[in-house]
Design a protein around this ligand. Sequence first.
Ligand code: PGA
Length: 249
Amino acid sequence: MARKLCAGNWKMNGTGPALEELRAMAAGLDALGREAPETLICPPATLLHRAATIATDTALRVGAQDCHAAESGAHTGDLSAAMLAEAGAAYVIVGHSERRQDHGEDDAQVRAKAEAAQAAGLTPIVCVGETLAQREAGEALPVIAAQVAGSLPRDGALVLAYEPVWAIGTGKVAGPAEIAEVHEALRRQLTELLGEEAAARVPLLYGGSVKAGNAAEIFAVPEVDGALVGGASLKAADFMPIVEALGQA
Ligand code: PGA
């Protein structure tokens, strides 16, 4: 079975004072001890190094929200995976729907970023998910399958996150049956792409309006190994109950 992972994505939120929340999360994890699942916060890149310093010698891990596919070069404003690793990241999110939408990133770019992350020693969290229009047209499963086929590296350490675009930041959560249908299809596709043993090791995260109040129900869904949490990861008081729910699932 894949390990459990609770990942927080702070998106474009947080300056120095937000690190107090990170400190509280690290302390909360230490209090949970062996009950705690692997827990990760992806702050804005400007906070990464300070966050990693705070997380040193705690159970909390720190990651980045995006990377460039190239090792270096003329890419103003971008950051390479090696830079993020040096700043203390252990993971990097790639292909988040906000990157796909706002920056026009396609599957091939996402795969190149994921492979660059692996080459720098980071574990990529590859995101896929359908829009509302695609779901309503009955195309959710083929759309997601095409994203996975195009975006996923074929070996190496990997996390896959299913994030229905219509559930992100909207308060709308996919129902257990919808999540189960997608996650079971994802595990089957992973098995085809990577082989049974490697596929079984890939944590499958659900993301989209995960909160303390719905976390236990989501974590009870077959093939859900954890969550990618946006809004509810900004405050320790909101995030730690989700972490605890995963630990108990
Ligand atoms: P949300 O975001 O939890 O605020 O819906 C999830 C995500 O985009 O990772």
